[in-house]
Design a protein around this ligand. Structure first.
Ligand code: SAM
Length: 90
């Protein structure tokens, strides 16, 4: 089970790729069991690698797809960076 991205897309990270076989298996099972995907929220899209995959493989035709990202990492990451800076400067 694999998925190939169209060359028109340019990404700097491939964090999502190890998840692809599991996502294909999971969503195939959910669809076979009658689940529909016509109103989906993705939190943390970054460059959209999972977003493109989701559009091509998961969403129903005409779906509403909302994607959000702080583009600043998580609160936990911000706290860790602050703590690191504090340790380095004190
Ligand atoms: C590992 S990256 C996501 C990778 C992306 N889904 C992909 O397919 O490449 C995690 C993203 O989640 C975002 N993020 C973290 N906490 C968030 C929050 N509370 N709300 C929105 N976005 C968040 C970060 O800014 C980061 O871009």
């Amino acid at each position: 089970m694999s998925y190939t991205y169209d060359e028109k897309y340019k990404f700097t990270e491939t964090w999502f790729d190890p998840m692809i076989p599991n996502w294909i298996s999971l969503f195939d099972t959910l669809k076979k069991n009658g689940s529909t995907f016509n109103n989906v929220l993705e939190i943390g899209c970054f460059e959209g690698r999972a977003t493109v995959f989701t559009c091509d493989n998961i969403l129903d035709s005409g779906s509403k797809y909302t994607i959000v990202d702080t583009f600043g990492g998580s609160l936990k990451e911000a706290e860790e960076m602050l703590l690191k800076t504090f340790k380095e400067t004190s």
